[in-house]
Design a binder for this molecule. Sequence first.
Ligand SMILES: Nc1nc2c(c(=O)[nH]1)N[C@H]1C(S)=C(S)[C@@H](COP(=O)(O)O)O[C@H]1N2
Ligand SMILES: [Mo]
Length: 376
Amino acid sequence: MKQGGAALAGLSVLRFAGPTHAFEAQPGAEVVSWLDQPEDNPVPDVIVRQLDWEQLDSWLTPPDQFFVIKHYNEPVLNERDWRLEISGLVERPMTLSLADLKDRARQEVTFTMECSGNTGLPFFNGGVGNAAWAGTPLAPILEEAGVLEDGIEVVFWGADAGEQTWREITITEQFARSMSLAEAMEPDNLLAYEMNGEELPSLHGYPARLIAPGWYGVANVKWLTHIEVIDTRYQGHFMARDYVTIREEEHDGETVWTFTSVTRDRLKSAPAKVTRQDDQYGIMGAAWGAPIAGVDVRIDDGPWQPATLTEGEGEEYAWVFWTFDWDTPALGEHTVTSRATDTDGNVQPAPEDPILAGKATYWESNGHITRRVQIQ
Ligand SMILES: Nc1nc2c(c(=O)[nH]1)N[C@H]1C(S)=C(S)[C@@H](COP(=O)(O)O)O[C@H]1N2
Ligand SMILES: [Mo]
């Protein structure tokens, strides 16, 4: 499942050597804006920043263009006072400083993170970005701490907190997410302190965050303060109430409602922008959520046609960039849709697919994305 670690680590090092600009417009090429622009963001304190698809020109997203989701406050943490506690059902609890994390083995991963709410709401289509994350692997720390026999679940606590109300009860709850012990022990999970070779910016979780490659954004807890091993499943707000997908399914001929906590990424792609140079049009986009084998593009109600993968092929956790040569389209309004296929042959579902059509909540909206553009 997690093969080719050394080769991938080598690739990451190369990526660090300098940002790439696969989408940099040719001299004279201009972006043709989409007709369908996202609505005004009514929750700027939560969706603090979004990727601007029409500006996308680098495979690694610069931190100041990387989307930011913050459910509570932005904690102000400093290296002197900050500590990470490893506690709960462990033989040897640990207290780690940032220097302790940096003294441990360094590991890097290039991982495209997406908020599971992305493209599920009319004002949210830029909740995805790709960064080279660096830190120290989590598994050896849990091994050193010695998880006790009863420890089955690992809870990651952030320094931020906010009010949550359930029936008549209002409490102040820390941001937290959990994983099973086996999931937490996966060798690619990092306690990350760097993003694209720079210190982790405050909005992205300084001094350290969990990076769980292959998991939706919500699992990647920022501003970590505690990692706690417990003996039961953890049912905090962001596990059991928010970030829960509610879906109507057929089980043995019966219609049932299922409730599942958001966990791992789903296969997805999006057209990023249309460019024009003289009368030659091109479409560029990205695909992520699984190792990508190919991307197809559909114009209006036409056939699916293969796009060309330009960057990121062979990466396990990072997006691929693709281009499609549109030549000289007819004047007027057109739609552009993309569809990704992963290396296991899974195809990104259409919005009408029962797995999406039966969904009542907006999380995990990974259906084909259709954009509208006017050619004039
Ligand atoms: N402590 C903490 N961690 C958090 C969050 C948060 O609000 N608090 N938001 C989560 C969500 S929902 C997402 S999508 C990602 C976004 O990471 P980013 O802001 O670095 O892009 O962080 C996750 N980690
Ligand atoms: Mo999110």
